[in-house]
Design a protein around this ligand. Structure first.
Ligand code: AMP
Ligand code: MG
Length: 709
């Protein structure tokens, strides 16, 4: 058996209404782990979750990848139940019987309590199912477990003796009662079995060698590890599925998954099933630990190789690129509203474009084979083929049919002659041959074939991408949640613009600039104001940033690695690294981690802050947001200036193009000249080497547009 490529873990929910729009606990969470990384998604209904799973499975199958999918509810019931309900001691037969008996709507509305009461009626005495809302008076479904009597079934499955904290599946009400989840989950899994046929198998009832394998999992098995991973703002369910999905992937990497997937030698296995990982708990926990270390971003993530004095720009960029990874969860959104979002998965064409061969022009269609050289005169059939209104019936060889642009080619038609090249009289159409067979038609799938990857994970959606996804039948896109970018300005000297007449104070220019860049790049800006040079205040603000954002941009000396006490705080508790980058303008760039949140400490000087943000923060933020590494695309133009540049550092000059298309630079390179940023329309980049630029020499111009602004 080849290994799995993708590991899915689903936390199911028995809610009777859609879960809240804002992600919450006790809802459905789906984690998908592949290549050492997991994304999670929150779904509000079982119907939506099932659809999502179908799509994940379809997409993975199309890419030839194998999936192991774990679900956190029992796949079977204690021995005796399946035989009594489904006529056979076979869990999968029971799934089919439950699918018949339980109704579960698009909006989570369901009849599980009534269905459970009806199932109880199959057995003598009272039970085995129990538990219901107080207001629901259902004879046949006792409110309390102790009211049950004489139903004759065991309370637990064999596997549950090994996981004592597992809830028995008979209990239907109050939180943690997996009973309701199983009643509302197994019919959905039955539907997945029907849909995927022999491309899907269910462990341990079937052998785990189909392309998609479903298995029962129990997230509490990795609880100890989850406790370590969970942050104050995290939703435990989400962390659990993520850790477990990665743990399964790690088990495979560590060679312990195969053993865990060996069918256990247990009584009534075909009826009761088994929990994947029970019997291999240590291996599972070891894998979970390995999956967590290193954390999403290591605390040492920004460490520089020792001994380096000035780091060249390209080296600094490579370091960032290698060390940063996406930190956002994922969600599914309508394509129509997905502009600016970043795809969290490869998106495959649901159908070909065009879906069927069609006409590229208005004209007359016929079989190309029947038409030769010279004057042609074909009898014209009644009716026509138009886009959306195809001609039904076949076109015999030697006859023609009126056809309009976009119309599906009727049977018998493979060639179209342009209307302007024809004359029409007396029920015939005349034109001059030859006409190349296939002329003026479009092949099915000539643009995109069904199943092909239309857009890859990491792609930033722009207007044309929305058109493409829509044309391929995708109404929704699976995207990363928007990266939340917090911005803080530091420095005692700062004041809000206009707030003071004191010439010793500096108006905070960086914050509006950085917040605007963040939103321009498609992120959610979080304004955390201004902090004076005070250790406690800064610590509190950083804690706040950690709760409300995914990444923090600071500007001012505190962050730029000065020897003050604020820097000291960052150095101690934020693993601050002052990167001395061989760059002008720009002082050391300070990079740190605050309780797992990356901090970009930008210089205070607005010109340097701006340049460092464009050059370093922009690609870094894109990676954190799940997108690609970004490098600006510039072009060479003649210089309209002269300059001698020293070797050993890269320089960015504020520049714009003259009417002739030459690059002129701002009259001063002074880094205090903020007006130059507005005067400019881009930057001229001068490489690390020394250079004497003469007028007319080619220089690299990077328009603001190439930085996405
Ligand atoms: P620093 O990096 O803190 O040494 O600051 C360098 C220069 O930039 C100083 O003149 C600061 O007053 C100025 N500065 C720092 N932060 C800001 C800001 N948010 N807006 C405008 N100027 C700033
Ligand atoms: Mg300062």
């Amino acid at each position: 058996m080849t290994g799995f490529d993708t590991f899915v873990v689903v936390d199911w929910s028995a809610r009777s209404q859609p879960s809240p729009a804002t992600p919450t606990a006790d809802s459905i969470w789906i984690a998908v782990a592949r290549d050492g990384r997991a994304t999670t998604e929150y779904l509000r209904t079982r119907a939506a979750a099932t659809e999502r799973l179908v799509r994940i499975f379809e997409d993975e199958l199309a890419l030839g990848r194998r999936v192991l999918a774990g679900f956190d509810f029992p796949f079977g019931y204690p021995a005796g139940f399946a035989e009594a309900v489904a006529g056979r001691p076979d869990a999968l037969a029971l799934w089919a019987a439950l699918a018949e008996r339980v109704e579960d709507g698009e909006d989570n509305g369901n009849d599980r309590f009534t269905a459970a009461a009806a199932l109880n009626a199959v057995f003598p005495g009272t039970g085995p199912f129990w538990g219901r809302p107080a207001g629901l008076d259902l004879p046949g479904l006792p409110e309390r477990g102790s009211e049950r009597d004489g139903h004759g079934l065991p309370e637990r499955r064999a596997v549950e003796a090994l996981v004592p904290r597992a809830q028995p599946c008979w209990k239907l009400f109050t939180t943690g009662s997996v009973g309701s989840q199983a009643l509302l989950g197994l019919p959905r899994l039955h539907a997945l079995r029907n849909r995927f046929g022999d491309r899907l198998s269910v462990w341990p009832f079937e052998s785990p060698d189909a392309p998609i394998v479903l298995a029962e999992v129990y997230p509490s098995l990795v609880d100890a590890v989850v406790q370590e991973a969970i942050g104050p703002e995290d939703i435990k369910d989400e962390v659990q599925v993520r850790v477990l999905a990665r743990a399964l992937e790690e088990m495979q990497a560590q060679g312990t998954l195969g053993h865990a997937l060996t069918a256990p030698d247990a009584p009534a296995l075909a009826e009761e099933g088994w929990i994947l990982g029970v019997g291999a708990e240590d291996a599972l926990r070891t894998a979970a630990r390995a999956a967590l270390a290193p954390p999403k971003l290591g605390n040492d993530c920004f460490a520089l190789p020792p001994g380096v004095h000035w780091t060249p720009v390209d080296e600094a960029l490579t370091l960032l690129r290698d060390r940063l990874a996406p930190v956002t969860a994922t969600e599914t959104v309508p394509v129509a509203g997905a502009e600016g979002r970043i795809l969290a998965a490869d998106h495959l064409a649901r159908r070909s474009n065009p879906p069927a061969p069609n006409s590229a022009v208005d004209g007359y269609g016929f079989a190309g084979q029947a038409v030769g050289e010279g004057a042609q005169r074909l009898p014209l059939l009644e009716g026509r083929a138009a886009a959306g209104a195809p001609y039904v019936g076949a076109v015999p060889q030697g006859a023609a049919i009126r056809i309009l642009t976009g119309a599906t080619l009727p049977e018998g038609v493979d060639t179209v002659v342009l209307e302007e090249d024809t004359t029409r009289a007396g029920g015939h159409v005349a034109f001059n041959g030859p006409v190349r067979p296939g002329a003026n038609t479009r092949r099915a799938g000539e643009d995109v074939e069904a199943g092909a990857v239309a857009l890859e994970a990491g792609h930033l959606l722009r207007a044309p991408d929305l058109a493409l996804l829509s044309a391929l039948g995708l109404a929704e896109a699976h995207v990363h949640r928007r990266l939340r970018v917090a911005v803080v300005s530091t420095g005692d000297e700062l004041a809000a613009p206009g707030a003071t007449a004191d010439p010793a104070r500096t108006f905070d220019a960086n914050r509006p600039m950085l917040l605007s860049l963040a939103s321009r790049w498609g992120y959610a800006p979080v304004d955390l104001g201004h902090v004076p040079d005070d250790r406690e205040t800064l610590a509190a603000r950083l804690d706040e940033a950690r709760k409300t954002a995914d990444v923090l941009l600071t500007s001012g000396g505190a962050s730029a690695g000065d020897e003050d006490h604020v820097s000291a705080l960052l150095r101690e508790r934020g693993a601050l690294q002052a990167w001395r980058i061989a760059l002008k303008p720009g002082r050391p760039l300070a990079l740190g981690m605050w309780d797992g949140m990356p901090i970009f400490g930008l210089p205070g000087n607005p010109v340097a802050a701006f340049v460092c943000t464009l050059i370093f923060a922009r690609p870094a933020l894109s990676r954190l947001a799940g997108g690609r590494w970004l490098a600006p695309r510039g072009f060479d133009v003649p210089a309209a200036f002269e300059k001698r540049k020293k070797p050993g550092r890269r320089e960015y000059l504020r520049a714009r193009l003259t009417p002739e298309g030459h690059a002129e630079v701002f009259r001063s390179e002074g880094s205090g000249r903020i007006s130059g940023l507005s005067w400019a329309e881009g930057l001229v980049e001068l490489g690390d080497e020394g250079r004497h630029v003469h007028r007319g020499d080619p220089v690299r111009f990077l328009p603001y547009g190439s930085f996405g602004i």
